[in-house]
Design a protein around this ligand. Sequence first.
Ligand SMILES: [Zn+2]
Ligand SMILES: [Zn+2]
Length: 144
Amino acid sequence: MRVNGTCHCGAITIEGEVDPETATICHCTDCQTSTGSAFRVSIRAPGATLRMNGRPATYLKTTANSGNPRVQAFCPTCGSPIYSTSPGEHPRPSYTLRVGILRQRDQLVPKRQIWTRSARPWVAHIGDIPHSELSTVPVSEPRR
Ligand SMILES: [Zn+2]
Ligand SMILES: [Zn+2]
């Protein structure tokens, strides 16, 4: 499936071919820290299919949860995560794109969750948390 996307500020655009079956939620603590969130959603793209405009900043994490060194790429202006890959020259064989930057993200439903050992306990019950289609949910008053 052909996908394309852009970081929040638009400095980096990316397009490539992904296999929707590889859409994965990762609950590892590296993903929690580097997204500033509870988990990350990613999808694989072969390097040969990837086209990119703009130059992401990279950070090499040598002691990733997986045990393998991973290059994390993000926009140097707005900080949006773009992809991770193995160290080496571009193009590497495979890139793991961040689904949140892709225009087709509605269609990229995660097919598996990994590193659930470190998942935040509330994510399994996220539908139970008071919610709103827009930005406001009244904060409940503390009970007396
Ligand atoms: Zn940006
Ligand atoms: Zn992870």
